[in-house]
Structure formats: C-alpha cells, structure tokens
Design a protein around this ligand. Sequence first.
Ligand code: C5P
Length: 228
Amino acid sequence: SRYFALVPAAGSGARFGAETPKQYLSLAGRTVIHHALAVLCACPRIEEVWVVLSPGDEWWAAEDWSALGHKLHPVYCGGATRAESVSNGLDALAATLDADDWVLVHDAARPCLSLDLLERQLAELDTDPVGGILAVPVADTLKRADPQQRIAATEPRDGLWQAQTPQMFRFGLLRQALAATKTVTDEASALEAAGFTPRLVRSDVTNLKVTYPADLLLAEWILKGRKP
Ligand code: C5P
C-alpha cells in the first residue's frame, strides 16, 4: 500500500486571537504550515501531500511553495469543522487511493513534527490492519471543574494519553468511519466509534500544536534548536 498525507488547514484559529489564521503566522523564517508540510514532503515514502484550504483562503496563493517540490496538492474544500474538512479532503482523494492505502492526517498547526518521529510511526504501523496515532502519556495531574471553577474531582491519569497528529489510517476505514460521524475532534475517535482500536505510537511534547501565542514561542525555540 502507498502513503498519502492530508493536512486540514481550513481553521480560523479563534483561540489564538490573531487576525491571520495561526497556520499562516510567521515562525522561524517561514509560516507555521510551511514547516508542517516540509517534513511530510521530505519523507520519501509519502507520495502526495493534500492540503485542505478554506474556500475563502487568501494566504495560500500568496506564498511561494516551490521549495517543497511537486508533492503538494492544495484543494479549497474546507468545512465548518475539522472533521468536515478532513472528510471533504478524503472525498477529493477518493479517485486516487485504494482502500488499503495509508492516509496520514496532520494538523497544519503542528509545525515541529520531526522526520525521525514520522519515520518511526510509519515503521510501527506498517503492517497494522487499521492504523494509529502519535500520542504522549499525560504528564500533569488532571482536575475536573465544577460550574464555580472549583475542583469537583481528581481524575486518575494512569493510562491517559494526549492525542497528536499524524493520525494514520487505512483510507477505506477512515473514510467510512468519518462519514458516520462529523462531530469528532480527531480521526481516531471516528475509528473508535466504528468499533476499531487504533494503536498509540509514543511521541514527545516537541510535536506541539500551535493554539495560543506562547506555543509559537516554544515552536520557534524547538525548531531553532534542531539546526546546527
Ligand atoms: O483548531 P484546531 O487547532 O483543533 O485545528 C486543528 C487543525 O484543523 C488546524 O490545522 C486547522 O487549520 C484545521 N481545521 C480545518 N477546518 C476547520 C477547523 C480546523 O481544517 N473547520
């Protein structure tokens, strides 16, 4: 089976609070999304990288993508939610992919994925019938809040992991599972709802998602630390 990447990039970045969507903010000399796409394009096993943009996106076309080669396929079919954007992107891929092919769904807002981590995920899941996701065990103690923002309970964190991306699944299974549920916040939940048990591939906290302004500072520090 072959490998394809699908990058949902149609979010508005409401929590970040900037006018430019967070995936187009500048980070270590490039945009956030440029870093996220560069690592996928640099992976030899990944044949094509499809990018789901909002129909009203005015930033993609303003950027020079020539440095990333010929793997990029932008499609302006983003939806109201992440799940909808991914689902629309899978529809666009349907003419090209077989049910057994792999799709790696990766956030445009996750710019620090390393090639090492990506290769490890491909190797660990290669022969899996379903697929799995990068994730890290939860490090902090978890509190459930009551409506007055007081602690109602302390949740045991044993066995709890934080989901990251790439989320890597067989195309046929992923498409079916997402068609059945449009409310999920990640692809794995759709597979779970369909009765599958996706694998957890251990990642690390450097593969962060840019959500708040401080994440951008951390990302810059992580990326700069990698270059000699
Ligand atoms: O908002 P959040 O950080 O969860 O978004 C994760 C990824 O999903 C981002 O890359 C964002 O651009 C994308 N997204 C999308 N379509 C939406 C909402 C989010 O492609 N409607």
